[in-house]
Design a protein. Structure first.
Length: 254
């Protein structure tokens, strides 16, 4: 009888300590309201760095060519989401990004933005997202003359400056395919860096370049598609499962 009572008391104590111990910071996306007493105070939405802020630099522009970044070298449990093209405009995207605090970079093509500026402007202005250049028409740039590539990249940046009031400095080549002229054209158009990716989300599934989990510094690719909600939620869930917090990629490519 006494033993059973003791077990009961121990179980109650354990449950209590589980409640009052702070959750690991990465298990909470930034900006979650009402933390449990004693929990680590979540950062403000504008300060999404539970493990300290980071200001990392993009690789230097060398010989007139921007550097290429596939993932970020960091020992902190941070991960990055990027959303490409803009072909399908899910009305829920703005609130999904706002609620989760994912801080994406939007690599958009002006062929999809044109005529839908208000949709993308609302996301950029309300979610802390950053706009990236992804060319006007999404061609395969590899092997194309420098002038062609420059026009695709520069015209896209010029269009955003006019229609969205932002000139991007992060560039992603369509399909992730590029050559030396692409890197030159990007630099000539005022880009700081070419950004590829190290994981992707398709049809609600996160696909890893290696292994079975997201790693610190991974740059994840998804698209404005019909499956936006499934894809974004899959990313957020995977990041949480792997103990990673999504933070703004631009802060690592200053
Ligand atoms: Zn694309």
């Amino acid at each position: 009888m006494a033993k059973r009572l003791l077990v009961g008391v121990l179980a109650a104590l354990l449950a209590l300590s589980a409640c009052s111990s702070p959750p690991p910071p990465s298990s909470e996306p930034p900006g979650q309201p009402n933390p449990a007493p004693g929990a680590v105070k979540p950062p403000a939405p504008n300060a999404p760095y539970p493990f300290g802020t980071v200001q990392q630099k993009a690789p230097e522009i060398k010989d007139g060519k921007v550097g290429v970044v596939r993932r970020i070298h960091t020992d902190k449990p941070y991960v990055f989401i990027t959303m490409d093209d803009g072909a399908v405009r899910d009305p829920a995207a703005q609130s999904l990004i706002q609620q989760s605090g994912g801080h994406p970079v939007l690599f958009l093509n002006n062929r999809y933005v044109k005529g839908h500026e208000a949709y993308f402007k609302a996301i950029l202005e309300s979610t802390g997202s950053v706009l990236g250049d992804h060319t006007v028409n999404h061609p395969n740039l590899k092997g194309k003359p420098l002038a062609f590539q420059q026009k695709e990249i520069c015209d896209n940046a010029d269009a955003y400056q006019q229609s969205l009031g932002v000139r991007p400095t992060l560039f992603r080549p369509p399909f992730g395919i590029y050559d030396e002229n692409t890197l030159k054209a990007a630099a000539l158009c005022g880009m700081r860096v070419a950004v590829l990716w190290s994981a992707a989300v398709n049809d609600g599934h996160v696909q890893f370049q290696s292994g079975d989990r997201l790693r610190p510094g991974d740059i994840v690719l998804m698209h404005f598609r019909k499956t936006f909600k499934e894809d974004y939620e899959a990313f957020i869930a995977q990041a949480k499962k792997d103990g990673l917090t999504p933070v703004p990629l631009a802060d690592f490519l200053g």
